[in-house]
Design a protein around this ligand. Structure first.
Ligand code: MSP
Length: 640
């Protein structure tokens, strides 16, 4: 049987400038969806490219004293380099300056003209060159472009017009009959209102510059850049040059686009297709914007984030993970370096990295690196097995709806549970007792099997990490041939496999304080005067203090108390609340996942009305304070 097909596209980006992290966000989402579908055994066609014509590019090239083609060639090379560094798995990269595309645009323009849906008239109105958009006087916002807020120019030129108005009712009916065509629903509603307010015929040619595809029957005109650009989706699918490919992949399953260009994709593009008698794409999905500290990225604000620098510093998978995990598809999301580092440290280094490291260390130490078959069972194992299956199922359901961050959340809940399983089963204790060898074998098997499943499930999101885990598990260099159903079945890890010596997949990032950062206020803990050591105590006295490692699982500010944080810590055997005076030294979010040392048998105390059930250890000197680390040990380990 032929495989199910799946066609996903990104917008084609303007090569007017280098791409920023917002563009990388869009392509990363598309890549994760494409990789997921390949994992689910679809035959995938994943397209990206560059939108190279138009007035904006022509002006940019002139400013730089080069031809438009020379200008875009250089920038398009930088796009391709970025996609390679970000591990983007596109099957094709379309450039609108290619001959194959020019032929398609001219063919369809001619066809629509021949059938009477394109006519000549005079255009008189406004134009936003950065957005390459025509506006009517009444649509402007305070005389500016209603989309980007920049200045518009008055145009008065002979143009060809596309009879969009003729298709208004058909389009509206189509959108109403196909609730999934425009997603999310908020965008769908916007589009319905826009269409209901009345569609004007669209100006689809320009004469005042020449960087575009000539209108075939009137070459002093070039085709309007959006008409040209949208057509890329059928060019690359083989509309004119490979009919069998076209009938295989068209209609596209998802055109993934930013929210501000949903209008072009769900109004102009479907009407072009209707005029041509071609089926409409199944879905136009408008994702939200990536903003910097709540602010739009722009050169003038100087807040443009270069994705290449970040990839260089943190690796592609960490950036991909952050973008996919932190932002809900469809909503705007914030990018900040602090949030990125927190995610790397908490989710990648701590949760995932530790699970792999602890597991492989134990297999190496207790079993000479060889994974033995599972033997003696206990209810805790069933728990993990059930959760593994539930996770794989919930993951599939979420990914079928493109709910990427929900899918990631499921995986991380499972990782958290597997880490807890280590603490509960205590393999290091089992290893001390030869009578418990069968139980130890089962525990270690359960853990490597859990990691095998995790490696498969994360592969669409972290395509470089997944094979590294695979290789450390001793399963080979790549996951070639592995499919989603391999993650849905428990027990496929081959017993007898020799694992590798673990290597950290995500080292913790320790950020030095940025120069010029605000001076901390006076410390909340008085520095101990080095010379005045307290009176001597006996070892028995010291033994009365029950010091334990613990992991911070939640942290928040205490209202109206500048110095206090309310922490939730995991002691392995239970969770507790600790109120601590460290708010001037640590932000709540950077504490999550930190492994610390606490006094577990301190009498509870009420602080600002909150019960603090213990105290954490911190060392301080002058204005500096640092938490005593219990890193790398399971919560609840004794500190002696
Ligand atoms: N060339 C047109 C698209 C033609 S598709 C037939 C275009 N190009 S663009 O380079 O300006 O933008 C491409 C995409 O990048 C858009 O979907 C846009 O939403 C997205 N983004 C630009 N800045 C962004 C963020 N800050 N955050 C997320 N996406 C952003 O429009």
């Amino acid at each position: 049987m032929d495989k199910r097909t799946f066609y996903i596209s990104t917008p084609i980006y303007y090569p007017s400038d280098k791409l920023h992290i917002g563009h990388a966000y869009c392509t990363t989402i598309a890549d994760a969806i494409a990789r997921y579908r390949r994992l689910a055994d679809y035959d995938v066609f994943f397209l990206t490219g560059s939108d190279e014509h138009g007035q904006k590019i022509q002006r940019k090239a002139a400013e730089n004293g080069v031809t438009p083609l020379a200008y875009v060639d250089r920038i398009v090379a930088s796009f391709k380099l970025l996609w390679e560094k970000l591990a983007i798995s596109n099957d094709d990269f379309i450039r609108t300056t290619e001959q194959r595309h020019r032929e398609v645009v001219q063919t369809i323009f001619q066809k629509i003209y021949d059938q009477g849906d394109i006519y000549k008239a005079e255009y008189s109105g406004w134009y936003c060159t950065p957005c390459e958009t025509f506006w009517l006087e009444r649509q402007l916002a305070d005389g500016k472009c209603p989309d980007c807020g920049r200045a518009v120019e008055l145009l008065k030129e002979e143009s060809y017009f596309f009879r969009m108005s003729k298709y208004q009712d058909r389009l509206l009916a189509y959108i109403e009959e196909n609730p999934d065509f425009i997603q999310p629903t908020s965008r769908r509603n916007e589009m319905i209102n826009f269409i209901k307010s009345g569609l004007e015929d669209l100006c689809v040619s320009r004469t005042t510059f020449d960087w575009g595809i000539p209108v075939p029957f009137d070459t002093k005109h070039v085709v309007y850049v959006w008409f040209d650009a949208l057509t890329n989706y059928i060019t690359a699918a083989g509309f004119l040059h490979d009919r069998s490919k076209f009938s295989k992949y068209w209609p596209a399953d998802i055109h993934l686009v930013g929210k501000e260009i949903v209008r072009f994709h769900s109004i102009i593009w479907p009407i072009i297709l209707m005029a041509l008698g071609i089926e409409l794409p199944k879905q136009v999905y408008g994702h939200g914007w990536l903003v910097i500290e709540g602010d739009k990225m722009s050169k003038s604000k100087g807040n443009v984030v270069d994705p290449l620098g970040l990839i260089e510093e943190f690796g592609a998978d960490a950036i991909r993970y952050f973008l996919l995990r932190e932002i809900m598809l469809g909503s705007d999301g914030n990018f900040s370096r602090d949030a990125l580092i927190n995610r790397i440290n908490a989710d990648l280094a701590n949760d995932l990295g530790n699970l792999l490291h602890r597991t492989l260390t134990m297999v190496n130490r207790f079993n000479g690196g060889v994974v033995a078959a599972p033997k003696e069972k206990a209810p805790a194992d069933d728990n993990i097995i059930r959760l593994a299956q539930e996770t794989a199922a919930a993951y599939e359901q979420a990914m079928e709806k493109n709910e990427i961050n929900a899918a990631l959340k499921e995986i991380w809940t499972f990782i958290g549970r597997a880490n807890k399983y280590i603490d509960e089963t205590g393999p290091w204790a089992l290893a001390k007792d030869p009578a418990k060898k069968d139980r130890l074998d089962t525990v270690l098997y359960t853990l490597v099997e859990a990691l095998r499943i995790v490696a498969i499930l994360i592969s669409p999101f972290m395509p470089q990490t997944s094979p590294r885990i695979w290789q450390q598990l001793g399963l080979g260099e790549t996951l070639t041939g592995i499919r989603l159903n391999d993650a849905q079945r428990w027990g496929l890890f081959p017993a007898g496999t020799k694992v590798a010596v673990p290597e950290a997949i995500f080292p913790r990032i320790e950020e030095k304080e940025a120069p010029g950062a605000a001076e901390p206020e006076a410390p909340s803990v008085a520095p101990a005067a080095a010379a005045s050591v307290l009176p001597e105590i006996s070892i028995e006295d010291f033994a009365k203090i029950d010091l334990r490692t613990a992991k911070i699982v939640a942290a928040e500010k205490v209202e109206k108390a500048d110095k206090l944080l309310k922490l939730r810590v995991d002691l392995g055997f239970e969770e507790r609340t600790i109120v601590s005076g460290i708010a001037l030294h640590y932000k709540p979010e950077e504490l999550i996942g930190k492994e610390i040392v606490v006094i577990a048998n301190l009498k509870p105390a009420k602080i600002r009305g909150l019960e603090s059930q213990g105290m954490l250890l911190a060392a301080s000197s002058g204005e500096k304070l640092t938490l005593v680390s219990g890193e790398g040990l399971p919560p609840g380990s004794k500190v002696k």
